[in-house]
Design a protein around this ligand. Structure first.
Ligand code: TXA
Ligand code: MG
Length: 346
C-alpha cells in the first residue's frame, strides 16, 4: 500500500479532469493498486509487467494464482509488446471491436511475466472503450493488469460503491466516474486455437465475431470441467449469500409462487422483470424489461449484491434465456445460483 487510506477519485465521465487522471495513473506507475471503471465492470489495476504487483492483485482479491489476469492496453503498440506475433484475426477483430468489450487470448511475449498469466504462456488482452480507463492506461504508458475489482467469488462490481464495499482500506485508489454501462465482463475469445473459441460470453456475441471473421467460432469452450480453458470459469462465481434458484419453466410465475409457499419463515425475494413485478407476494428486485436485455444485463450484478446487503436468505430468479443477450446473462446467473435451475425438462 502506498497510502493508509484508499483515495477516491471522483471523475467527470464525459470530461475527465486531467490532474486527477494523472494522480490516479501515478499509483499504478509506482507499483500500487488502482480500481477504475471500464465499460463492462470495474477493474482492479496494476502494472502488468511486474510480478510483485500481480501477486498483490491476487492477494487483495483472494484469488487463486492459477487464474490469469486480463491485460488492458490503450493502443496497438502496447499489443505488439505483449505478444511476439499479432495474428491477422486479432487485427481484423480489433479494427471492428476495439476499443470495446472483447478480450483476446494470444501467445504472450517475455514482456509479460507468468505471474500475470497464472503460469500460462498465453495472455488475455483487451482495449477498453471507457474514456477514463483509456486515459489512465495512456498516462501510465504501460499495459495494466486488471481483473474485475471484486473479492474472488463475489459478483463483479458495476459501481464504485461495490468496489468500496470490497476494497476500502485495502488498495491505494478507486476511480469513480459512475456505473459501468454494460455490466457484464468482456467476451473472451481464444485466438490460439483454430477455429477461435469463445471462452466467456459477453456483450459481443458469436454472430458479431463470425460476421467479421467470416468463420464460425466455437462457443462454450470455457466450460470444460476437467481443464477449463479460461481457468476463472471453474471457480464458484458471482454468488450471493442467499440460496438462489432460477426458475425457467412455461409458467415461471406460477412455479415461483408455489415454491414461495415452502419458505414462508425465511427472508425471501424474487428477481423479476417489469412485466411480472406485481405478481409475487414478497420483496422483488426488478432487473428491467424483458424487451430490453441490455437493461437486465447491466442490472444483474447489482441485484446479486443487493440480495446480500438486504440479508435475503432465499431467492428465486426468473430465467432470461429468451431476452437479448440472454445467453451471456444466464452464463453468469447459473453460476451465481450454483447451477440450481428448474426447467420443464429437469
Ligand atoms: O470485462 C472484463 O473483462 C473485466 C474488465 C475489468 O476488463 N475484467 C475481467 O477480468 O473480467 P477477470 O480477471 O475477472 O476475468 C478474466 C477471465 C478469467 O476467467 C480468466 O481465467 C480468463 O479471463 N483468462 C485470463 N487470461 C487467460 C488466458 N491466458 N487463457 C485463458 N483464460 C484466461
Ligand atoms: Mg472476475
Amino acid at each position: 500500500m502506498l497510502n493508509k487510506a484508499t483515495k477516491i477519485f471522483k471523475i467527470n465521465e464525459k470530461n475527465p479532469e486531467e490532474g486527477l487522471i494523472e494522480e490516479a495513473a501515478d499509483i499504478i506507475k509506482k507499483g500500487g493498486l488502482l480500481a477504475f471503471p471500464t465499460e463492462t465492470v470495474y477493474g482492479l489495476g496494476g502494472d502488468a509487467r511486474d510480478p510483485q504487483v500481480s501477486k498483490k492483485i491476487y492477494s487483495a482479491k483472494g484469488r487463486p494464482s492459477d487464474n490469469p489476469l486480463i491485460v488492458h492496453i490503450s493502443n496497438m503498440e502496447m499489443l505488439e509488446k505483449i505478444v511476439d506475433e499479432v495474428p491477422k484475426e486479432a487485427l481484423v477483430l480489433a479494427k471492428a471491436f476495439w476499443p470495446g468489450p472483447l478480450t483476446f487470448i494470444l501467445k504472450k511475449s517475455d514482456y509479460i511475466p507468468k505471474e500475470t498469466t497464472g503460469g500460462l504462456d498465453t495472455v488475455a488482452v483487451r482495449m477498453p472503450s471507457r474514456l477514463s480507463a483509456r486515459l489512465i492506461i495512456d498516462k501510465c504508458g504501460i499495459p495494466v493488469a486488471a481483473p474485475s475489482a471484486n473479492i474472488s467469488g463475489r459478483p463483479s462490481p458495476t459501481k464504485a460503491e461495490h468496489v468500496i464495499e470490497d476494497f476500502d482500506g485495502r488498495i491505494d485508489g478507486i476511480v469513480d466516474d459512475g456505473p459501468s454501462p454494460i455490466g457484464l465482463e468482456s467476451t473472451i475469445l481464444d485466438l490460439t486455437v483454430n477455429p477461435p473459441a469463445i471462452l466467456r460470453k459477453g456483450y459481443i456475441e458469436k454472430q458479431d465475431i463470425d460476421r467479421v471473421l467470416g468463420v464460425s467460432v466455437v462457443e462454450g469452450g470455457g466450460e470444460t470441467v476437467e481443464k477449463p480453458k479460461a481457468p476463472g470459469m471453474k471457480y464458484r462465481h458471482y454468488a450471493p449469500k442467499a440460496e438462489l434458484t432460477i426458475i425457467e419453466t412455461k409458467d415461471s410465475v406460477g412455479k415461483i409462487s408455489e415454491l414461495l409457499e415452502n419458505v414462508k419463515n425465511k427472508n425471501v425475494a424474487v428477481v423479476t422483470t417489469e412485466e411480472n413485478k406485481d405478481k409475487y407476494p414478497c420483496r422483488t428486485y426488478i432487473a428491467g424489461s424483458r424487451k430490453n436485455g441490455r437493461e437486465i444485463m447491466s442490472a444483474i450484478y447489482g441485484i446479486l449484491r443487493d440480495l446480500d446487503s438486504d440479508g435475503i436468505e432465499v431467492a428465486f430468479s426468473e430465467g432470461f434465456s429468451d431476452v437479448d443477450h440472454g445467453s451471456a446473462i444466464m452464463e453468469r446467473l447459473i453460476k451465481a445460483a450454483g447451477h440450481r435451475i428448474i426447467r420443464d425438462d429437469s
